[in-house]
Design a protein around this ligand. Sequence first.
Ligand code: HEM
Length: 428
Amino acid sequence: GGRRVTRPAGTDSSVALLTEGYLYGRNRFERAGGDLFETRLMLRPATVVYGADAARMFYDGDRFGRERAMPTSVMHLLQDEGSVQSLTGAAHRRRKSLFVELLMDDAAIADVQSVYRNEWARAVRTWTGEVVLHDELVRLLTRVALRWVGIAPSNVDVDRLSGDLIAMINGAGSFGPANWAARARRRNAERWARDVIAADRRESERLRLSGRKSSPADVRQTPLRRLANARGDDDRPLPLEVAAVELLNVLRPTVAVARFIVFGAHAMNRWPGWRRRLRTGATPEQDALLLTHEVRRCYPFFPVIGGTATRSFEWRDRVFEPGDWVLLDLYATNHDERIWGDSTVFRPDRFRDWDGDPFTLVPQGAGDAASGHRCPGERATVAIMETAMLELARLDYYLPEQDLSIALNRFPALPHSGFLIGLLPPAR
Ligand code: HEM
């Protein structure tokens, strides 16, 4: 039998986490000489783990729920009570199947890519002089997300909505007043989302009462319509607040892809050979995918994901009990020497012969998206990034003087300048 975990007495590592940021886990795994260490965060004992075996333990076999797994300051901005992430077991699987259907099928992926191309062309036409790429992408991706789910951007105050969504993303790592301000913006966005869902439900009802048969074009209902009509475990429509939260759970993270695109721009600047390969190489699509994977592996996004044990089990000779708090270090797993070799070297070609093991490349969680908590938006994220990398590589721009450094102790991370680009005047 394993032994009960012993906790370090007294010391709390919250401050170390804030100052060391993404490197907090890596620094300690090295010292512990293994893939697990015990600590205390926000006064609560926690076990931090990393690597492919740890990811399998964490994501396979329903060992963890997400209740009390993240600080409420984060939870209230990135997910919410009643959302898919807060559910466990059969209820989770049922709600999750909705996301899998809406976001992961081939048609949805092709759709988001074509909408992105379209919106990119529209946005680029308006850029003159110097623009902050991250800011522009946030607005652009808000429009992409709206159109993707079936909402016309012309019916929405896009600047306000994109401001609400990015405030939630940026505020997730903050505490106190900054966090409260972001929560206020969340309430704005939720009010808007409830109105959108309610209006769509009225429209469905109107169609039903008018007895109109759906035309063939209606057969693939918009994701918004399917979300608005989705049913819960009691076979009744989801409560309005829950459907609204789930709508935001599609829009907000789509906007967060702006960070990954900026990281891609950063990479193409630092390793210009990749920009050339995408611009004029023989296999640009294939190279865009390699680049996308390496950017997602190397650059800092979600540092860790927390889970609360739902049952007892043993791992690494230790006994875990229901309620125990475990953090899987995603950043450390993506830089695990045992998996990646030369893990700190940026080398997209490493993905040429990658076997696709679902427990190794984990920026968006691990395991199977349909049965566990792995991100259902990962395929879309990859698809958007591939498209964005190709478009960006083809754009002529220069980099004005700026601070491109990425602080690893700030969550969520971003180059300091937001990536300022200068547009060349159009050729005559
Ligand atoms: C879950 C990261 C994009 C929707 C997750 C999880 C991670 C993650 C780490 C796992 C949480 C867990 O295990 O509890 C990211 C990153 C993205 C991204 C880094 C890049 C921007 C997206 C997109 C969508 C999306 C584009 C939707 C279009 C979701 C949802 C969940 C989730 C709904 C909850 C799934 C569940 O609990 O079963 N994401 N994600 N994400 N993601 Fe993403």
